[in-house]
Design a protein around this ligand. Structure first.
Ligand SMILES: Cc1cc2nc3c(=O)[nH]c(=O)nc-3n(C[C@H](O)[C@H](O)[C@H](O)COP(=O)(O)OP(=O)(O)OC[C@H]3O[C@@H](n4cnc5c(N)ncnc54)[C@H](O)[C@@H]3O)c2cc1C
Length: 224
């Protein structure tokens, strides 16, 4: 489905307007794109049978849409209803002099919208390709692609990236110039990073099959 490029500033709507901790908000779509590209797991929030359900799931994206997939039996992937998708990266603990001022350094994005079930076979395959390549670039053309039966068993949802918000916190605690500054308590940040490990072969793998370059080269690189 054709789409127009989205504006470089995120819209401020009744849903996306930051109310609390507004100084951490960013309206730059480039920040949204960077947060989405730095991860591949999101939390999909949806109301099922009148109750909220928040499901961790993988995602992919193109310029204007987020793609989510799963079993056709999944109740969280019904589509056609309002959803909220959150992507979070934790960059460290913010340890202040007072417990009240403790916090987290993070980058997070929330996307609001109504997810659409993708039914066109070509669009579905293209969306699943985006999803696969988002987590593991190079894998779509390496592993076997889904056949007709597997495609029929899979739901793909597309969610516009139009109505989204971003928050980012970075840096030192906030109480360095307050009454607690002279307390003698250590304050600062404890950074948190994730690193890809060395590929571990499936015990059932036939001898002599080595990990392809696009997987092997990620060992030791930073995620997020
Ligand atoms: C890892 C992590 C830990 C956090 N811990 C705490 C905590 O312990 N206590 C606390 O008060 N806050 C915490 N926050 C911040 C929290 O996510 C909210 O931003 C904050 O609590 C304000 O919530 P609210 O419902 O008042 O938001 P409002 O400002 O009322 O939300 C309005 C709109 O702003 C947008 N928005 C709000 N929060 C975010 C966000 N984080 N990312 C992107 N868009 C957002 C959404 O579109 C939302 O609909 C944490 C954030 C992260 C990522």
């Amino acid at each position: 489905m054709a789409q127009h490029p989205l504006p470089s500033l995120l819209p401020q709507t009744g849903l996306t307007r930051h109310r609390r901790l507004r100084e951490q908000g960013s309206l730059r779509r480039a920040d949204l794109d960077a947060i989405l590209d730095a991860g591949f797991v999101c939390h999909l929030g949806v109301v099922v049978d009148g109750r909220p359900l928040v499901v961790p799931t993988v995602y992919g994206r193109d310029e204007g849409r987020l793609y989510l997939h799963g079993s056709v039996a999944s109740r969280s992937l019904a589509g056609g209803a309002p959803v909220c998708v959150t992507v979070t990266h934790v960059d460290g603990l913010v340890l202040a002099r007072s417990v009240f001022d403790h916090g987290v350094n993070y980058r997070s994005a929330i996307i609001h919208g109504t997810a659409r079930k993708v039914t066109d076979p070509d669009e579905k395959l293209a969306g699943l390709r985006r999803l696969t390549e988002h987590a593991t670039p190079g894998q779509w053309s390496y592993a076997r692609r889904p056949d007709r039966k597997e495609l029929a068993a899979t739901t793909l949802l597309a969610l516009s990236l139009e109505e989204a918000s971003v928050k980012i916190r970075a840096g030192a605690p906030d109480d360095g110039d307050g009454p607690d500054a002279g307390s003698g308590v250590w304050a600062g940040t404890l950074p948190l990073t994730a690193t890809w490990g060395v590929p571990e072969p499936d015990p059932l793998l036939a001898p002599g099959i080595l990990p392809p370059e696009h997987i092997a080269r990620r060992a030791g690189t930073r995620h997020g």
